[in-house]
Design a binder for this molecule. Structure first.
Ligand SMILES: O=P(O)(O)O[C@H]1O[C@H](CO)[C@@H](O)[C@H]1O
Ligand SMILES: [Mn+2]
Ligand SMILES: [Mn+2]
Length: 391
């Protein structure tokens, strides 16, 4: 019998809690996503996360340490060489990414772009590192005029294709991305994720839609989610989760529109009866505010999430475990528009806790995967130490 019959895992995408010791290697000295937002945003308060013990993890302006935190708390170090979503999530589920994913700081090789253009029957605009909203301002109008698609990358291993939904129908954009996926599975053009970036609107007021779709490579080894699936347990993926693991170890996938929908869908799974994992990624923090370097918007999104904590907690049963964490940082006041190399917070709640205890600085995100494996009695991951006995 597992100690907890259901584990609910929330990844607040990019909600880091201070620079990692190796942050200088990533040009991220001084980064502190939560800390800088807390300092800068007027009226900032996270009363419910504070009561769980968020302010006990690191000093945060306006989020004081709780005398008697309701949750166990700590922070986690990332051992993998990377600060992207894929690396962070794969590590959470027990993989150590020791070879960095290939990136394309100067754009993609001409041979790749030529072959891509030939296969899709459209030309490419851009082919450089860019912010996804800036590049629409720059090339969106030309795209609408010519029908050429916008290809761009970032500091991550991503091949992103942006197209207006009324110029390139969604089904075609998805087909185009399948072609990109196929070409970038070759070693010479290796890319971790191809991302469809549809948008709508007129020049000057383009908006990206929720029809984004990610095509990830498969994890290089079985994750704890595969182990759960193999053991006949549930492994429910909400939001981007199924994309991030390329459907590996996913027993049911639920798509979401935004953060609040992600919380709603997670609450929906709380009403179902199952044994296993329900895992959600809340991507708005990262995509809508972190990369956009918008501390105000980020702060509001955090407060909006905070307001849902009481509902999440009251929906938990006696045998449920709630884990709240993140996958990397994305400090909205840091230079550039990329992720930041940071610790991630760890909050663990279940009904039996009198006063939460300090789980320390965990040496890898994989401690979560190891704990889940330990709880359900499946094969533990190669890295990670279970903290189940401390709960
Ligand atoms: O600037 P946008 O298009 O939001 O892109 C961001 O989203 C990508 C995937 O998460 C990241 O690699 C970063 O480039
Ligand atoms: Mn992420
Ligand atoms: Mn991101």
């Amino acid at each position: 019998m597992p100690r907890f019959s259901r584990v609910f895992l929330i990844v607040m995408d990019s909600v880091g809690i201070g620079e990692l010791p190796d942050a200088p290697r990533f040009q991220d000295e001084g980064a502190h996503t939560l800390g800088h937002i807390a300092e800068r945003v007027e009226g900032f308060a996270l009363p419910h996360l504070q009561a769980l013990g968020l302010g006990n993890i690191a000093p945060l302006a306006n989020v004081p340490a709780a005398q008697q935190p309701k949750a166990h708390y700590g922070k986690m170090n990332e051992v993998s060489i990377g600060k992207d979503t894929t690396t962070g999530h794969w590590e959470i589920m027990g993989l150590h990414v020791s070879t960095p994913f290939r990136t394309y700081p100067d754009g993609f090789p001409t041979e790749l772009i030529h072959e891509f253009e030939e296969r899709i029957g459209r030309k490419v605009l851009g082919n450089k590192v860019a912010s996804g909203t800036d590049i629409l301002d720059e090339l969106g109008e030309e795209h609408m005029r010519t029908g050429n698609v916008i290809v761009y990358t970032s500091a991550d291993s991503v091949f992103q294709v942006a197209a207006h939904e009324e110029v390139v129908p969604l089904e075609e954009l998805y087909r185009i991305c399948q072609v990109a996926r196929e070409l970038t599975l070759r070693d010479e053009f290796a890319v971790t994720r191809v991302i469809a970036r549809p948008f709508v609107g007129q020049p000057g007021s383009f908006v990206r839609t929720a029809n984004r779709h990610d095509y990830s490579v498969k994890p290089f080894a079985p994750t704890v989610m595969n182990r759960l699936q193999d053991a006949g347990l549930a492994s429910i993926a909400i939001g981007k989760i199924s994309d991030i693991y390329a459907d590996e170890g996913v027993t049911k996938a639920i798509r979401t529109k935004d953060n609040m929908d992600g919380v709603d869908q997670l609450l929906g799974t709380m009403k179902e009866s199952f044994t296993g994992l329900s895992f959600v990624n809340l991507v708005d923090f990262d995509a809508k505010f972190g990369h956009r370097r918008d501390p105000e918007g980020y702060g509001k999104a955090l407060m909006e999430f905070d307001a849902r904590i009481p509902e999440l907690i009251s929906s938990l049963g006696e045998e449920d475990l709630l884990i709240i964490t993140a996958d990397h940082g994305n400090d909205p006041v840091h230079h550039g528009t990329d992720h930041t190399r940071e610790y991630v917070p760890l909050l663990i709640y279940h009904k039996g806790i009198a006063t939460g205890s300090h789980l320390g600085i965990r040496s890898t995100f994989a401690d979560i995967g190891a704990t889940i494996a330990d709880n359900f009695g499946v094969q533990p991951p190669a890295i990670g130490e279970s903290f189940l006995s401390k709960l």
